[in-house]
Design a protein around this ligand. Sequence first.
Ligand SMILES: Cc1cc2nc3c(=O)[nH]c(=O)nc-3n(C[C@H](O)[C@H](O)[C@H](O)COP(=O)(O)OP(=O)(O)OC[C@H]3O[C@@H](n4cnc5c(N)ncnc54)[C@H](O)[C@@H]3O)c2cc1C
Length: 491
Amino acid sequence: MADASASMSNTPGNTIVMGAGPAGLCSAYVLSKAGAPVTVVESAPFVGGLARTIRRETEFGEFKFDIGGHRWFTKNDELNDLFKEVVDDELLWVNRISRIYFDGKFIDYPLKFKSALTSLNPVVSARAVVDYGVSMLRRRFSDEELLTMEDRYRDQYGNTLYGLFFKNYSEKLWGRPCDQLSGDWVKQRTKDMSLWTAVKDAIIPSKGEVVSLIDEFMYPRDGFGRFSERMADAVEASGNQVLLKHPVRKIVLDGNRVKGILVQTEQGEQLLEAENFISSIPMTVLCKITDPPAPQDVLEAANSLDFRDIITVNMMFKKKQVTTDTWLYVHDKNILFGRFHEPKNWSPAMVPSDEYTSLVVEYFCTKGDHIWNMTDEQLVNQTIKHLVEDLHFVTPDEVIGGFTLRATKAYPVYGMGYEEPLGKMKDYIKSIENLQYIGRGGSFRYNNTDHSIETGMLAAKNILGAHYDLEDVNADQEYHEMKKVSPAQVG
Ligand SMILES: Cc1cc2nc3c(=O)[nH]c(=O)nc-3n(C[C@H](O)[C@H](O)[C@H](O)COP(=O)(O)OP(=O)(O)OC[C@H]3O[C@@H](n4cnc5c(N)ncnc54)[C@H](O)[C@@H]3O)c2cc1C
């Protein structure tokens, strides 16, 4: 069990947490468990942020949708225990089957050597192997720096597999060519996961440790949003507050400390004061709302970094199942969406009954671009067209309906040279004594929920007397989809 009280040296004064996504709620949950006063302020009328679950009542019953399927996975036992403690009797274990839909075939995702090569014609397979050999030799004999996302993928998979399996999808996700993106994202997400490790593990399994892909995960029965909802319930049950519809407009500074935050309420603006502040609101926003304002170079840094947005098209069907997949990645350039998942494959409670299913279809976009500017009706119709005519996954008469959800600031973009402006913003926030930044957008780091809540948990522990450096979270270089266990742990 996550033991928040262990590191508590004295009872701190009031803390204000900005943002009621999983990270902010985790801070509040840990502080509440330790008996410390805390108030969460959230701009939306609901909790959960990007990790919330939407409910849709229809004449057939209730459908539930995450904003893109959210599985719980972590290598950190303390976080795992916290997740289990919060979700408690609603916890399910789900088998993971993720595939890439490529050229009419299904290929294992993350890319597995055998599955990838057997799906290609023999000439292309041979070219993929030769290309990979070339990239291995280059790595051995050249000290060329791998700067871009393209460099990193080519290095890890060779030119052919990069072109077939990574280029299109990455460009759909990020909306710009891979040679204009930093290699850090690949380093963070797929370090040590290359064709070579896949071959090596298939032929000679490692002796000291066994490296395995994660093929099972935890999920709350009624949608991932229940994790946040239950944390919020626990915070309120302990006598603390979660204030919805309270957007933070200004961070009011007094020298190098935060004096209070100005929030918008139905009655007008209100100054909330506290001793400690934790922010999970996007870092680029935070740096622009301090009063007095941040130095010009920090404001310019904040303006130079951006996020990728997402629209999910939530489709409902009178059909038992569309695919057996947890996620399906669609690389085809002619299909506008990048990925979808079938909530029923995660939990039967996500649909009204076994007669029905649904899909959450993800369109990666940037506010104002051609996808963002499509109307909701156009997006639903486009989705039906792709599913019916291009993929042949459903027939028109099986469609019950669909609706869209638009979420901004979903993915921090690691453009080339992003480190410098990010460093400037961080230095500025760190110069404010009683303010910590946490989470995904809050740290401008591609954190999954586990790393997001880890920063939230550690920030709370710091307030309780500990001295954690939140920069250490998600800084390990091991591939996040792999877990190293000792042979004794392998059952
Ligand atoms: C499509 C998609 C799929 C994902 N899949 C997974 C997955 O499978 N597994 C996984 O672990 N993670 C997944 N994630 C990542 C996960 O969503 C994030 O790690 C997590 O939501 C981050 O939590 P957070 O609290 O830092 O931020 P958020 O969830 O973004 O919450 C921030 C909160 O701050 C609020 N806020 C913003 N500005 C203000 C303001 N001015 N005043 C007050 N409140 C404000 C927002 O409304 C929001 O509620 C996925 C993300 C996406 C986009």
